[in-house]
Write a protein that binds this ligand. Structure first.
Ligand code: NAG
Ligand code: NAG
Ligand code: NAG
Ligand code: NAG
Length: 346
């Protein structure tokens, strides 16, 4: 069951839509279409957007699922692992805490939406968008290539992602460096959309007698979403804190908002260390997480368990082994058993 929340609580409004997105990302495929626009917890304006373009609902859900899966994949070895079964919302406090985790969530959700909508446009499933026709006819005869095929047209998906996610209520009570929590979220979701643009590439195919490549057809395409996830993870690691002090510093130089590159992720608050369970802050802690005894990375037992130590369990592992091909046509294998150590945080 899903709670339908009206926009009575003002500062919740800005979050509602992302919550819907996140919720769609963890619920079964097709659920969004089944519920329809009127049963999703949208603000009146958002519901109108949904009603006008109900055909985008499957893409919205695809994008959300893509984003949640990518977040969990990028953070699978970290103390904060992007788990979605937290209270009070799916992402717990990380959606509202103004930390770099909040920044990543907004960026990846916005990017997921652009990616899924654009993919659907390129597949020819929509009447409002399609392939990028601006390139058609261009190219270089001298270099023996021309634009052809279907170039991904990200403009429509980008426009829709902005409309859908950046629907925020102005709240100036948490102003830092000229940013508020809602403009911080907007900045980060825009950085997510920019990531799609930044990671696009050109692919070509050769034509000509026996692959002579006398003529090449080229098209622009989005990177696979895993690449965008990795790109955003790197942005997360280099994210910039926006503080009162950084605001005062810029004030002296110019009266405007602290200048931050549009590709950078920004955050207000330092993250907790995510070591110990803290229900009030919605932190699950790392107790019971599986760690790697020999790794020096974040998944290493020392780092992941925050120095608390780890338990070792012996797990029995059964595999098919010594497989032989028997003419014709069987593969005959033995069952091999091995005992492996597994380590979990204390
Ligand atoms: C603005 O945001 C803060 C913290 O996010 C919240 O406590 C406050 O109630 C909000 N104000 C309004 C008017 O929505
Ligand atoms: C993340 O960590 C929690 C415990 O801290 C665990 O319950 C969960 O299965 C982990 N993985 C994901 C993807 O949520
Ligand atoms: C496009 O439509 C086809 C047929 O309805 C469907 O199988 C496919 O999944 C759709 N693709 C996208 C990206 O929505
Ligand atoms: C543990 O970490 C080491 C070193 O990084 C790596 O080679 C190994 O594959 C990891 N083991 C598991 C089970 O992930």
């Amino acid at each position: 069951g899903m709670e339908t929340r009206s926009c009575g609580v003002r500062h919740m409004c800005a979050l509602t839509l992302l919550l819907v997105c996140v919720w769609l990302g963890v619920t079964s495929p097709g659920a969004a279409e089944k519920l329809g626009c009127s049963n999703l917890p949208l603000s009146p304006r958002q519901r109108e957007l949904c009603r006008r373009r109900p055909f985008l609902l499957p893409s919205i859900q695809d994008g959300a699922r893509l984003a949640v899966a990518e977040c969990q994949s990028q953070f699978r070895h970290e103390r904060w692992n992007c788990s979605t079964n937290q209270e009070p919302h799916v992402f717990g406090r990380e959606l509202t805490s103004g930390t770099k985790e909040t920044a990543f969530i907004y960026a990846v959700m916005a990017a997921g939406l652009v990616h899924a909508v654009t993919h659907s446009c390129s597949q020819g499933n929509m009447t409002e968008c399609g392939c990028d026709t601006r390139l058609r006819g261009g190219g270089s005869v001298a270099e023996g290539w021309h634009w052809g095929g279907c170039s991904d047209h990200i403009q429509y998906g980008t426009w829709f992602s902005r409309k859908f996610i950046d629907n925020t209520v102005k709240n100036t009570s948490t102003s830092r460096g000229g940013y508020t929590l809602s403009t911080m979220n907007q900045h980060n979701s825009e950085a997510g959309r920019q990531a799609i643009d930044k990671t696009m590439s050109t692919d070509c195919r050769c034509h000509g007698i026996s692959g002579s490549c006398a003529v090449k057809t080229c098209w622009r395409m989005m990177a696979p979403f895993e690449r965008i996830g990795a790109y955003l993870k790197d942005r997360y690691e280099h994210s910039v804190q926006v503080t009162e002090r950084s605001r005062r510093k810029t004030r002296r130089k110019d009266q405007h908002r602290l200048h931050v590159d549009k590709h950078q992720l920004i955050f207000f608050n330092k993250s907790p260390n995510y070591c110990l369970e803290d229900r009030r802050r919605g932190v699950a802690g790392t107790r019971g997480r599986r760690c790697n005894r020999t790794s020096t990375g974040p998944d290493g037992c020392n780092l992941l368990c925050c120095g608390r130590g780890y338990n070792t369990h012996v797990v029995r592992h059964i595999q098919r082994c010594e497989c032989k091909f028997v003419w014709c046509c069987y593969v005959h294998c033995r069952r091999c058993e091995s005992m492996n150590d597994m380590h979990t945080c204390k």
